[in-house]
Design a binder for this molecule. Structure first.
Ligand code: RP5
Length: 181
């Protein structure tokens, strides 16, 4: 396993090579096998210049670590938590039950049920404890939603979200122009 690079007792993945300030988004996952999926969220945060902390926190294998992470995240200045898990994917819901922060759940594709199990597990939260659930494997949207939540009170990120949308629109128009040729 990689060593600790970030100023966070929970992070033991390599730090991301962009200027790290106060991490605002916590990206956690149940296993290192979830990392390829969760890279989508990490990449978005990197692109938008939002500092993150990344950690493996399993609801089943490290329940005490999970509780400690969820209880302390807001005290470390984290504003949003993105939690990815597959199969019996309890991590996002359990973390949401403990933290006052918004939690975005990423259903990770699973070996036998392709992530339908993860989706049902994450999305079916009882009233009172919400988890904003994205599509199976769509950590990119989790990253974007987290950045948009941060952007509600950070004008710098609001402008970046607007620019991103503009580029998205332009890319479609470029494709249309090619079709029209
Ligand atoms: C879940 O079990 C993890 O989120 C992962 O998606 C799944 C399988 O974990 P590994 O057996 O690959 O470590 O807790």
């Amino acid at each position: 396993k990689a060593k600790i690079f970030l100023p966070c007792a929970f992070c033991f993945l390599p730090s991301i090579p962009y200027p790290m300030t106060q991490p605002l988004i916590g990206i956690i996952m149940g296993s290192d096998s979830d990392l390829p999926t969760m890279q989508g969220a990490i990449a978005v945060c990197k692109d938008f210049g939002v500092a993150v902390e990344v950690a493996i926190v399993s609801a089943h294998r490290t329940p005490e670590r999970m509780m400690e992470y969820a209880k302390s995240a807001h005290e470390r200045g984290i504003k949003v938590i993105i939690a990815g898990a597959g199969g019996a994917a309890h991590l996002p819901g359990m973390v949401a039950s403990v933290t006052p922060l918004p939690v975005i759940g990423v259903p990770v594709p699973s070996r036998h049920l392709q992530g339908v199990d993860s989706l049902y597990s994450i999305v079916q939260m009882p009233a009172g404890i919400p988890v904003a659930t994205v599509a199976i494997g769509n950590a990119t949207n989790a990253g974007l939603l987290a950045v948009q939540i941060i952007a509600t009170h950070e004008i710098e990120f609001l402008k970046k979200v607007q620019n991103y949308r503009q580029k998205l629109c332009e890319s479609v128009m470029e494709k249309q122009a090619k079709l029209d040729q």
